[in-house]
Design a protein around this ligand. Structure first.
Ligand SMILES: Nc1ncnc2c1ncn2[C@@H]1O[C@H](COP(=O)(O)OP(=O)(O)OP(=O)(O)O)[C@@H](O)[C@H]1O
Ligand SMILES: [Mg+2]
Length: 310
């Protein structure tokens, strides 16, 4: 059985549906990337799973427990790094982590060790005593992520975990999420960063206007964009006659010259690359360099959502 089951989950705020009937399974120990433009419903969907919102329709089942019927049980399984953490101004970073570890049942000795470890990894040991309102946006985000790393829940949810973070910190968070999963945790990762989703996710779910429009492994989703590969061959000189020859190949959708660059749009570009080079060479073309462009996760995203990222 899947670790998380969304069964026709819908959530409206007054008469506006933020989530419009999502059915989707997330497997045990999977890293599931949740993608979607701003306002797509990612955070709302996550909140239904975390029992913060009760779905208007449908239900979420977490490790066999209904989030509506057994909210306390479900809550105890989940740790969330919120998109917009709001902190009590009085607490310090260390106090927040101590409190979080305590209420989520992490035993004291283990808790203190994990807190030291995560603060050191984030380079925050020196700031651990500062009141949180003094901290920078990126540092607050690190503390928010740190809560989950201290808790080590069965299911970890990260909502935009690397927004505001600098490059080394992003890499650190990615490593720590990988480590968490290797330790047995199922991870849901909502993000607007395509490189993050591509690097981290076993599977991604793409949301658009409250619906889950595609779910699959990043490589498989890229493969759904058939005919979107492009081979660019730089020749010694333009050679227009080659265009017709190249177009005879069944998989080729389009071909043209831009100066001495022959551009070929096709499906299965990777497999056909040697064949295309041989063909052009056999017809007298002198190939100087070759470049293969395959669809990126961003292309997949744009294709299925019809939007651009902000
Ligand atoms: N508490 C709320 N009350 C009313 N409307 C809400 C509430 N929370 C979210 N919405 C609306 O629901 C829709 C989905 O919002 P949500 O925050 O789930 O999107 P998101 O995919 O997480 O976006 P982002 O990438 O900006 O974080 C939006 O139209 C938003 O305005
Ligand atoms: Mg959000």
């Amino acid at each position: 059985m899947a670790m998380i089951q969304f069964k026709d989950v819908a959530k409206s705020f007054k008469d506006v549906y933020a989530v419009k009937g999502v059915t989707c399974d997330i497997e045990d120990q999977e890293i599931f990337g949740l993608l979607g433009p701003n306002g797509a419903g990612k955070t709302t969907l996550i909140m239904t799973m975390a029992t913060v919102y009760n779905p208007t329709r449908g239900e979420v089942v977490v490790d066999g427990h209904s989030a509506s019927a057994e909210p306390d049980k479900v809550k105890s399984l989940i740790g969330i790094s919120f998109q917009d953490p709001k902190y009590d101004r009085i607490l310090s970073a260390r106090e927040i982590l101590q409190w979080h570890g305590k209420v989520t049942g992490v035993e004291k000795g283990v808790r203190e060790k994990r807190i030291d470890d995560v603060l050191t990894k984030f380079g925050l040991a020196g700031e651990a005593k500062k009141r949180t309102w003094m901290l920078s946006g990126g540092t607050k985000k690190k503390i928010e992520n740190a809560k989950v790393f201290v808790q080590r829940p069965k299911i970890a949810v990260f909502d935009e975990p690397t927004a505001y973070l600098d490059v080394p910190s992003r890499l650190m968070v990615w490593d720590m999420i990988d480590e968490l999963r290797d330790g047995g945790t199922t991870v849901v990762l909502a993000t607007n960063m395509m490189d993050e989703a591509d690097r981290m996710s076993d599977r991604v779910g793409i949301m658009s206007r409250g619906e889950m429009v595609q779910v699959g492994e990043p490589a498989r989703l890229k493969g759904t964009l058939k005919g979107r590969d492009v081979i660019e061959m730089k020749l010694e000189a333009p050679f227009p006659e080659l265009v017709g020859e190249v177009k005879h190949v069944e998989e080729v959708k389009e071909a043209h010259f831009e100066g001495d660059l022959l551009k070929i749009a096709l499906s299965n570009g990777r497999e056909l690359l040697p064949h295309m080079i041989n063909l052009v060479t056999a017809k007298g073309g002198k190939v100087q360099s070759v470049n293969l462009k395959e669809p990126s996760l961003e292309d997949v995203f744009l294709h299925y959502t019809g939007t651009t990222l902000t």
